[in-house]
Design a protein around this ligand. Sequence first.
Ligand SMILES: NC(=O)c1ccc[n+]([C@@H]2O[C@H](COP(=O)([O-])OP(=O)(O)OC[C@H]3O[C@@H](n4cnc5c(N)ncnc54)[C@H](O)[C@@H]3O)[C@@H](O)[C@H]2O)c1
Length: 384
Amino acid sequence: MTTTTSNTGDGTVVPTHARYAHEYDRRLRVGLVGCGEQSLRNILPALRFCPVDLVAMADIIPERARKVGQSLGVERIFGTHTDLAESKEVDVILLATGYDTDGRALHARQAGDIVERGCHVWAEKPPASNAAEIVALANRAERSRRSLGFGFMKMFTPAMAQIHRILASQQFGAVTSVTLRDPEQLMDMSSRNDPQRLKWLLDHVVHSLSVLVSTAGRIERVIVERADNGAAAILLRFEAGAIGTLVLPWGQSGMAPKERLEIAGQGESLLLENTTRLTYYRAGALGRGAPAYGRVADMYTSFEEAPLLWDLQTYSGEPYNMHVFYQGYAPCLIAFFEAVMAGQPVRRAGLRDAHHIMEAYDAILRSTDGVPVDVSTGVDVKDC
Ligand SMILES: NC(=O)c1ccc[n+]([C@@H]2O[C@H](COP(=O)([O-])OP(=O)(O)OC[C@H]3O[C@@H](n4cnc5c(N)ncnc54)[C@H](O)[C@@H]3O)[C@@H](O)[C@H]2O)c1
């Protein structure tokens, strides 16, 4: 496989050419727990491009696992994640179970059960209901020496890989500000201890936080302003010095564009719309605020200064046109499996990222309007 290592310094391998599962010389034996919508729509299609043999499936409704398994030629069927982990038939277990009946995220608890039984784990988002659950998981994982990765696929989209390459260039300079919009709903204070009412926010805002962390680094503090309907503006200060906003325009039309990301460096900026449409505004006389202000009669600058625009070209039946690539599912899973096979810690979307994203989520929930809240709990969690 031709690969390029994105230059964020974390060594994560981002594929630029696709390979099918059977074309990899070395493959991991994988079992999937949770045969619901996410598995059918995104995980199973992405596995076709990963270095794996899918050999077992499990679901608390075994009949569902059996039917899905049958359609894919997978014969080994289990009811629970612990039964599958104890079977010794798989190296890695993928979790896409979601929530218990109280609305609490299952993945951290189940991942702990699995690593203690000797398998590596990749779990869908949300990784947990709060940061403390990730600390508990990290303690269990440390004793087991198994790898843990999470489904923050937005950190692995090809657009994000390109953003990482640009951010790493001297030309862009350090990130100074980042703005992200994503229509989620922040519940009022009276609902913030109710896992059922928080489910929607937890399910989605972790994606936004993963994008922010992936572009501007760890978040130092947040200040939240909330509208009565749950729309919110969250002001962010990043540890590396950048500032940012996460806007949740709850109440917008369901037909309106959802995600929009803007990053400013030092005289350059990036705009990502709709996951794939990336514009790179390079340094230029106009961009830097030319002293000739008021006399510029022609905005068409030289080719060297012109904005660069990339977007999906949907004519060809190429893997890049498949949502499992441009939405990041396949690259996220491939990076995890590559790390497991190399015996390397999972650096991007590993335990440390999951912990920090949950710290930021907890800080948003603690916030009352207009009051700054520190994000860090002072606990350092290590990737494995
Ligand atoms: N990254 C993404 O884009 C994305 C998109 C959708 C969903 N998800 C995540 O995937 C997870 C699953 O979502 P979904 O939409 O597939 O839900 P779902 O309810 O359709 O599927 C969950 C499946 O897990 C099974 N299950 C539940 N508890 C179990 C247990 N204890 N042991 C074994 N099986 C169990 C259920 O029977 C069901 O088949 C959620 O955490 C969700 O946030 C991620």
